[in-house]
Design a protein around this ligand. Structure first.
Ligand SMILES: CC[C@H](C(=O)O)C(=O)SCCNC(=O)CCNC(=O)[C@H](O)C(C)(C)COP(=O)(O)OP(=O)(O)OC[C@H]1O[C@@H](n2cnc3c(N)ncnc32)[C@H](O)[C@@H]1OP(=O)(O)O
Ligand SMILES: [Co+2]
Length: 137
């Protein structure tokens, strides 16, 4: 199986398109209405040749993932986008009004530096940007 798409429910498709276009730096490649499901859809390319699915579980009864599980139970937790220069992207996104949860990148899993954006500035979905700092193993 190969990941095809991640579906995110939004109330205002145009506003969601505009926000993700600003985040990714590219426009949706198609919009389509599916009357059978009573929805309008839009699609962005994910540049996802190397995309992975990451499970995250709390190590102890504290921290963001523990709190998330307590409140919502298991489910989609975040989207992560790899960037070439995380500090440059943090500066660009902050200047564009996104709410960064940290002022400096921090160490992530899989040989990455990471920075999170608050879900209230990204349509209710937590976004991680990450920069590779070594080889995958
Ligand atoms: C880094 C290792 C690994 C990697 O890839 O390398 C990971 O990805 S680990 C990922 C775990 N780390 C984080 O999630 C860090 C970033 N998250 C946070 O800092 C917090 O979770 C934060 C600020 C988003 C929320 O923390 P807060 O203490 O304010 O918690 P609340 O429960 O009060 O939440 C407030 C509000 O946000 C909603 N929320 C929380 N988490 C998520 C989420 N993952 N996706 C969408 N929405 C989320 C929560 O439901 C609350 O909304 P409300 O309407 O008020 O109920
Ligand atoms: Co992650």
């Amino acid at each position: 199986m190969r990941l095809d798409h991640i579906g995110i429910a939004v109330a205002d498709l145009e506003a969601a398109d505009e926000l993700l276009a600003r985040l990714l730096g590219r426009a949706p490649y198609k919009r389509e209405t599916v009357s059978d499901q009573n929805v309008s859809t839009s699609f962005f390319t994910a540049e996802a040749e190397n995309a992975k699915i990451e499970f995250v579980a709390p190590l102890q009864a504290a921290g963001a993932v523990h709190k998330f599980l307590e409140k919502r139970g298991p489910g989609l937790h975040h989207l992560a986008f790899e960037v070439d220069d995380i500090r440059a992207e943090m500066t660009r996104l902050a200047a564009d009004g996104f709410e960064l949860l940290q002022s400096e990148p921090s160490p992530g899993a899989d040989n990455k530096l990471v920075c999170f954006l608050h879900p209230r500035s990204t349509n209710g979905v937590l976004v991680e940007i990450c920069q590779s700092i070594g080889s995958h193993d």
